[in-house]
Design a protein around this ligand. Sequence first.
Ligand SMILES: *Cc1c(COP(=O)(O)O)cnc(C)c1O
Length: 393
Amino acid sequence: MARDPLAWLDDELTVLDTEHLRRRLITRAGRQTATIIIDGHELINFGANDYLGLAADPRLEKAAAQAARDEGWGAGASPLVTGHSAAHAELERALAELEGTEAALVFNSGFAANCGTVAALVGAGDGIYADAKNHASLIDGCRLSRAEIHVYRHGDVEYLTELLQQSSRYRRRLIVTDSLFSMDGDLAPLVQLAQLAERHQAMLMVDEAHATGVFGAHGRGGAEHLGVEDAIHIRMGTLSKALGSAGGFVAGRRNLIDWLVNRARSYVFSTAFPPAVAAAATAALKIVRDEPQRRRELLDRAAMVRKKLSEQGWNVGRSASQIIPIYIGQPERTMQLAQTLRDQGLLIPGIRPPSVPPSESLLRISLSSAHTPAMLDKLLAALANCWVAARPV
Ligand SMILES: *Cc1c(COP(=O)(O)O)cnc(C)c1O
């Protein structure tokens, strides 16, 4: 009998099951807010990247509804053909204004922005220097580019210095890093990276996906927070996290943006997102500009939660942000703890391979300015209980 060519799928899924690595979709009912309804249960939501509580903000809805009435729903084509609407242009102008750059360009997602941008900047004969914990979309962009990839240990500036000393053979050099790492919640050593980039005439690209709207006096992200904005040649961010909308962006010099319009394949060969999505993101940028207390409060609370968790005995690593990992280790144990917390009304995702290395599974607490003090108290109380239950005797 002919073998089913897809039979391997069941075998592989079974392997995932036995290794406690199988993932399943969860479907939320209703809105993305500080609480979330899953399977009919209301949970306090520590899983979203909606850091400023804007995903269900009525001002975004209103802006989107208005744009949908004015411009219709679909974008119709890629931006270079007919897809670039007035709402997209307005968003790009607002992004360049926030970032203080000559120009900005929006992509359909942060993932698309990273893949398309890295592959447009370097190619065969070039060298990439990438942090070991960079986001998957940067890694894929590096692979797509066909440049030679040098991965440096997470945050290890000395190692990167050594690598760069042998980089003169390349036509171009690109240093690329997350600014705020999505699982560990720590900041990249951007000051040192900026110095190295200058010394070696390398391009420096920073992915601010988790830091846009959260870090920096104007909410521009980690580079602003660390005072090195002007040294970052390619500033990437997403509209889908703190900005509560969807899409990714790159901000920088005019010639950079003009090049991406011509050469970033994920931009050129993909239909623009709907104008209403752009209008919602523009409304979010206005809130980021006018309500700085949201990000200040969020980071103050995050510092408090990190401190209390450490006092309880949990290992929160080097987190310096609203992303607070609790390192557990084994995937199975991590998922058990996540379930225990869920039974107490808290959604805290367990993170396991392939998102993190095998022995570094963790609970990822993601704070939002929408959480109330009572919600944070509940979080801390539940984790204190887990610690008592988990402590070795
Ligand atoms: C989420 C994320 C992206 C992708 O952004 P999307 O808009 O969700 O596609 C890129 N980089 C980092 C570091 C991220 O965490």
